[in-house]
Design a protein around this ligand. Sequence first.
Ligand code: NAP
Length: 351
Amino acid sequence: MRIAVLGAGAIGCLVGGLLAAAGHDVALIGRPARLAPVVGGGLRVRLAGGRSIASRPAVYGDPLQAGADWGVPDAVALTVKAFDVGEAVRMLQDAWPAVPFIVAFQNGIGTEDYLAGVFGPERVVAGTVTLSATLQGGEVVVFNRSGGLALAPVPGGEEACRRLATAWTGLPVPLAVASHAASLKWSKLLLNLVGNAVGAILQWDVHRLFRHPLAARLEHQSLREAVMVGRAAVPAFIDLPGYPVRSFARLVEWLPSGLFARLVGPMAARGRGGKLPSVALDLAAGRARTESPYLHGAVAREAASRGLDAPLNAALASLIEELAANPGLHQRYRDQPEELWRFLEARGLRP
Ligand SMILES: NC(=O)c1ccc[n+]([C@@H]2O[C@H](COP(=O)([O-])OP(=O)(O)OC[C@H]3O[C@@H](n4cnc5c(N)ncnc54)[C@H](OP(=O)(O)O)[C@@H]3O)[C@@H](O)[C@H]2O)c1
């Protein structure tokens, strides 16, 4: 298959490298600075077990340039962050308005529905990656051993998902196929939420967060809200490559906070492979945008639309937006769980 990967960051280069290893013709489209090392030395994916996979995908600065030189793809893997999807879609509409398949690899909720509205559901497939990765020059470094890719259809896109799953066999990591995009994305969301908001605000990794009683309680309560809302929003949570999400959701519901922190905290920290959650990295870098509106914000919006309560997710999402907009304010919360507690109490929350 000819696959254009739009957004050559950690996940774009990972997905591109895995697809190239399976024999597909891959074009990576991304920022010139990110792609310069790939132009020079090719692309390497270093899996956590030590295996390294090398490839030489075609490399372009934008889809129009790729279209003129490399041609028209059979599928586009969209690997920009959720807040960049709108701009990426405009580029795709200009270059390849009739591309047969678009796979949305964003974490969080909402991208697939948006793409289905623009391109038609028969062309859109939901994708997810349960490998934690970072890009270092021309090398993607994967932190966790267990993990892989998963695909699922949006309503009306079942044939697209079936055809893509058939074509994408032979990847060097597991590829799972689920039956509902919403179940796939809400299941991945539960994993993404772990340590993400509280960790971003305090700038703590998951390991440290679960060892602090106050932070661990906040974390557990916000996850409880997400499980409650997710159960109302989708037919079922599903297990993802390397991650038994269904059992995780039950542990979130059943265990008291202290026990949850002691039992699940170390596992969750291992699942991250020592990497800070994405929202924490974005705030640390002083970026004005994070994916929080698609993560905790999505939990709060879904709750509101169903008459449910997810006040902690709403409060955490709004504080993260405030910190992203005013980086100077972050100093007040960094390493200060009591300050976060006061922020929540001022909003009538006593987790
Ligand atoms: N990293 C992980 O371990 C991981 C794991 C699973 C899922 N995910 C999800 O996968 C998605 C991508 O994450 P990531 O970690 O790969 O992010 P990333 O490293 O920031 O990569 C995204 C890349 O897309 C580029 N980009 C944005 N708009 C573009 C455009 N219009 N044209 C060309 N390039 C564009 C960005 O450039 P600029 O930054 O210069 O705008 C950036 O280089 C996110 O939704 C994330 O939550 C990540």
